[in-house]
Design a binder for this molecule. Structure first.
Ligand SMILES: Cc1ncc(COP(=O)(O)O)c(C=O)c1O
Length: 281
């Protein structure tokens, strides 16, 4: 979206343990031309909200948080959707809640909220009165009805994800070369994804070999994501002059295991047992 509005995205590397943006790397990249930060609460793990907010305030930057995977995540006891300046959500079907397709922006800034409402519906300020150019980004009534129902179910769904994640993390602890998700004190991970890292040299098996072996046992896994954003063809030229060692390594080692609310205790036990047997073999 940054490039789509004619601005220039500048990529920063991530913290290899939390998978969220590395605040120190962001700081090094800030120039007088920087206008905003867009940290992602990846997999449902809140980014370093206090560190990034301090940075933004010091350099007079706006923050647009990407909470597309973090419905229900918290930072210092506060929902990630409540931090300034704006927070973007996705309601794509794989997310913690869905409307089929669609999304939402939350903000406590009244004038920004008014501007966003205008943009949503062709700049219409009152019935058939248009004060600026806008778009048709309205959510349909049908999608909204689904969303309201999903929203009521969200707290329970997130609790189920967190419970499943704790069981998986405990079961998979202590396997050489296998890193389980970080539980950062003071934050509540929403576990849209439960993503492990496989260090082939220590585990004796590569991420892709583990995925294939799990698949043969009927356990679905997925790679989020195989191609770092600076390697995406669309961003050819952006960030190619830099190294992103953590992102590049993670693209080769991450593997997401089933964590959604439909996964039963016996499934979790089966997943843990399968990973342990495959890695040992
Ligand atoms: C972290 C992140 N940001 C942005 C998006 C884009 O959301 P949407 O597909 O609803 O535009 C997604 C989901 O696909 C996502 O996971």
């Amino acid at each position: 979206m940054v490039a789509a509005v004619g601005a220039r995205p500048v990529f920063a590397d991530v913290n290899p343990k939390t998978f969220t943006v590395d605040t120190a790397d962001v700081e090094r990249l800030i120039t007088p031309r920087t206008r905003a930060l867009i940290p992602v609460h990846l997999y449902g793990q809140p980014a370093d909200i206090s560190g990034l907010a301090r940075l933004a305030s010091r350099h007079k930057l706006k923050i647009i948080w990407d909470a597309a995977q973090a419905h229900g995540a918290q930072f210092s006891g506060r929902d990630v959707g409540s931090f300034p300046d704006a927070v973007c959500y996705s309601f794509y079907p794989t997310k913690n809640m869905t409307t089929g397709e669609g999304g939402m922006i939350t903000t406590s800034n009244r004038s920004l909220a008014a501007e966003l409402r205008l943009l949503r519906s062709h700049g219409e300020s009152g019935r058939y009165r248009h004060v600026r150019l806008g778009f048709n980004f309205r959510t349909t009534d049908v999608a909204s009805a689904i969303g309201l129902h999903q929203l009521r179910r969200l707290p329970k769904a997130v609790r189920a994800r967190q419970r499943n994640a704790r069981i998986l993390a405990k079961g998979l602890t202590g396997i050489p070369g296998l890193q389980t998700p970080e539980f950062v004190p003071g934050t509540t991970h929403a576990f849209s994804l439960f993503t492990i890292c496989v260090d082939a040299s220590r585990a004796g098996i590569s991420r892709d070999e583990l995925a294939r072996a799990l698949s043969l046992r009927g356990v679905q896994s997925a790679v989020h994501y195989p191609l770092p954003v600076h390697r995406q063809p669309v961003f050819r030229g952006y960030g190619r002059d830099r190294d992103f060692p953590a992102s590049s390594r993670l693209a080769k080692t991450v593997l997401s295991l089933p964590v959604h609310p439909g996964v039963k205790d016996e499934d979790l036990r089966y997943i843990v047992r399968s990973v342990r047997e495959i890695v040992k073999a």
